[in-house]
Design a binder for this molecule. Structure first.
Ligand code: ADP
Length: 336
């Protein structure tokens, strides 16, 4: 998938969080350079009054969390899926008379606040599907409703505009600017939107605090661990207040310990209402999601809830404590 270019945020949008940095009890900086910090649980207010336009008929959503509107608020349009696809197909033309049917009629709904892992073997259509729901490409046939709006037939410019307002992307390779520090990497999407510098910095700082990097604002990517770089990328993906986070193998370049760290951040964001769709080929990573869908030969062949998702936050705390014990560092419980 392409990079998430910095673009115009929707007015007054920001992912609704307190922005307070909170460390896992007992974790102190010298031991934990890539410190385990979890986003503060935000107050989630559900806005039931939001108007619904162009909406397909959908069953009621059990979950809340679509689209942050105001600071400190995660705004949910209850009852409306973030993503609704109907009989989506994508056929690539390779040459004269040669076609690849990458998607063969996929129907799926993702509701606000869901955390969905998209799985399947190589060539099964995962990337094609993510490109479509990320508004990076258009289907050959079928419908795609994003946030209640039919987007499958929009022009490229309209797609780009919707994409930049509604979707945050996180990739395996972080895609950070090497010469810019964390703060500027995160602020970049707002530069092009013409936001005043102070506003950009305030928001970028808040997002970095949210992902536990409040003390690394001026570190460049090369001065950050892999996990920290991915957290910067997550902060950047959130800075325009998207309704949906699409993560394409976000732990693919990370060791297992750091993968837990990143999954802990994603789970904490999801706990606050952020809708996440994550592509992974690793069952261990998919086990952190609340729902798993499986592709094979361009078709959706599996769609089931995860009865007991793994808790990355618990696992991360255990890893941190084990590490601290090994190094003989005394753990001090911090008051909640
Ligand atoms: P996955 O992400 O599960 O590995 P993809 O969506 O990348 O699967 O690919 C699904 C099928 O579509 C594969 O057969 C692949 O070769 C084909 N495909 C993907 N992208 C293109 C493209 N741009 N042009 C032609 N064929 C493609």
């Amino acid at each position: 998938m392409a990079n998430n270019n910095p673009e115009q945020p929707e007015e007054n949008q920001s992912f609704g969080v307190s922005g307070e940095e909170r460390q896992v009890p007992g974790a102190e900086p010298p031991v934990l350079y890539d410190q385990p910090t979890m986003p503060e649980a935000a107050v989630v207010k559900v806005d039931q009054s939001a108007e619904v336009h162009d909406q397909p008929t959908q069953p009621q959503a059990p979950l809340a969390g679509l689209g942050a509107q105001d600071e400190g608020t995660i705004n949910a349009t209850a009852g409306r899926p973030v993503i609704a696809v109907r009989d989506l197909t994508k056929t690539y033309r390779l040459g004269r008379g040669t076609y690849v049917r990458a998607l063969r009629g996929v129907s799926l709904e993702v509701y606000p606040g869901e955390f969905v892992a998209v799985m399947g073997p190589s060539g099964s259509g995962k990337s094609t599907f993510m490109n479509l729901i990320g508004c990076l490409d258009r289907p050959t046939s079928g419908e795609y409703w994003l946030g209640g709006r039919l987007v499958s037939k929009l022009s490229n410019d309209e797609l780009a505009s919707i994409r930049n307002r509604m979707i945050g992307f996180v990739f395996q390779g972080f895609n950070l600017l090497g010469r810019a520090d964390a703060l500027h990497n995160v602020a970049l999407p707002m530069v092009y939107a013409g936001l005043p510098r102070r506003e950009r910095e305030i928001r970028a700082r808040k997002m970095l605090q949210l992902v536990g990097l409040g003390s690394r604002l001026h570190h460049k990517p090369s001065e950050l661990s892999g996990g920290q770089q991915q957290r910067v990328a997550i902060a950047r993906a959130l800075v325009n207040g998207p309704s949906l986070l699409l993560a394409d193998e976000p732990t693919g370049n990370l060791d297992s310990r750091t993968s837990v760290e990143i999954m802990a951040v994603l789970q904490a964001l999801n706990d606050q209402g952020l809708t996440i769709v994550l592509v992974t080929h690793e069952p261990d990573i998919a086990a952190y999601a609340r729902r798993q869908v499986g592709f094979r030969d361009g078709r959706l062949v599996r769609d089931e809830p995860v009865a007991e998702p793994r808790s990355a936050q618990e696992e991360w705390k255990a890893l941190v404590n084990a590490r601290a014990t090994e190094s003989g560092v005394q753990i001090k419980e911090e008051p909640e």
